[in-house]
Design a protein around this ligand. Structure first.
Ligand code: UT7
Length: 329
């Protein structure tokens, strides 16, 4: 079996910056409430185009980092809950726009855990020899499913895409070393988008009821997210005999700075060893983890051999963690 190694990373954020003051102008909210309850100062909105357009940009950046062409890719997977359309899948549309004519692929729909769940599928494809060079992209245009009149949710989300290039390598202990994933569908009622699927196909009635928007019981999700992210992070550390001093960075899903710092606390990690970009981009769902890693890599804050623990919690409920030994300088 080969090892699955991350050989390049890329990210894309749209240009339009939306500060918290934007919401103060039309909703009963304040910059102070948003900053202290969530850690968010601003987010980015994609004004034109769809999720695949952001996915293409993040993929191009990863290919440039490695000096490869789109034709070198044999598998392209997109994690997203905001596909361009119900079908064809966004991976297919992304391949076409990118010119990845030698690839096949699929979408993974697992909300905030989507990137880690998709990573698991790609890692096993690469380990088994089913792919030599895969692109894994987490991309979400959250503004397409957020009710901009709902102060409980609209302040939380932004648009972005991040990408990993993953290649099979022999004789190395670098790469994706381990993963643990969990699902509990009894949590579905607390975070979902009910409309547009086979349960509530789109009708005038479902649109009037706002079924095409995200619904979240924030407090209920908060409690289980804190426990879920911390438990699974500790579990993967223990299974790999990692002490907190062995971990270079925790890379948590960026839903709320308070969930992030509670997880870091339980792991015994100071905040300077936790990747954070929620302050500038909000919750970008499947894009939070790869965009964090790509930004830190571009800033020169990662070194070969660093142990990274990636952890996520989201709708489903779904949650998981992956352990990576970083391969790039
Ligand atoms: O990414 C996928 C997984 N999602 C998560 O992990 C999100 C988890 N949940 C959270 O991050 C937090 O629950 C939120 C940030 C969504 C909300 O923070 P909270 O501290 O749990 O607030 P809350 O929902 O308990 O609301 C407290 C108060 C309420 O008012 P009352 O009932 O106490 O009078 C809300 O109506 O804050 C009110 N509120 C707001 N006030 C000002 C809710 N949204 C706002 C707002 N501005 N934007």
């Amino acid at each position: 079996m080969k090892n699955a190694v991350i050989t390049a990373v890329g990210h894309y954020f749209p240009d339009k910056v939306v500060p918290n003051s934007h919401f103060e102008s039309y909703l009963d909210t304040t910059d102070e409430w948003i900053r202290t309850r969530t850690g968010i100062r601003e987010r980015r909105y994609l004004e034109h185009g769809a999720t695949s357009d952001m996915a293409v940009e993040a993929a191009r950046m990863a290919l440039d980092v490695r000096g490869l062409q789109p034709t070198d890719i044999d598998l392209l997977v997109v994690a997203t809950v905001t596909p361009d359309m119900m079908f064809p899948h966004t991976a297919c549309l992304t391949m076409d726009k990118l010119g990845a004519v030698n690839a096949w692929g699929y979408d993974v729909v697992s909300a905030c855990s989507g990137f880690l769940f998709a990573l698991t599928t790609v890692v096993n494809m690469v380990r088994a020899g089913g792919s030599r060079r895969a692109l894994l992209i987490g991309a979400d245009k959250m503004t397409s499913i957020v009710d901009m009149e709902d102060r409980n949710t609209c302040i939380l989300f932004g648009d972005a895409a991040g990408a990993f290039l993953i290649e099979g390598e022999d004789d190395t202990d670098l790469g994706i070393r381990d993963y643990i994933n969990y699902c509990d569908g009894s949590g579905a009622e607390f975070l979902n988008m009910p409309g547009g699927g086979s349960l509530h196909p789109a009708t005038l009635e479902t649109v009037k009821k706002g079924y095409h928007y995200i619904r979240q019981d924030g407090q209920a999700v908060f409690k289980v997210a804190v426990k879920g992210m911390a438990d699974v992070s500790l579990e993967i550390m223990e299974r790999n005999s990692l002490r907190s001093e062995d971990v270079a960075y925790l890379v948590p899903h960026q839903a709320n700075l308070r969930i992030i710092s509670a997880t870091a606390d339980r792991m015994g990690l100071p905040m300077d060893r936790v990747m954070v970009n929620i302050d500038r981009y909000g919750n970008t769902t499947a894009a939070t983890i790869p965009t964090c890693i790509s930004e830190y890599y571009q800033d020169g804050r990662l070194k070969k051999g660093d142990n990274l623990i990636l952890a996520a919690f989201g709708a489903g409920f779904t949650w998981g963690a992956s352990y990576i030994k970083w391969a790039l300088d």
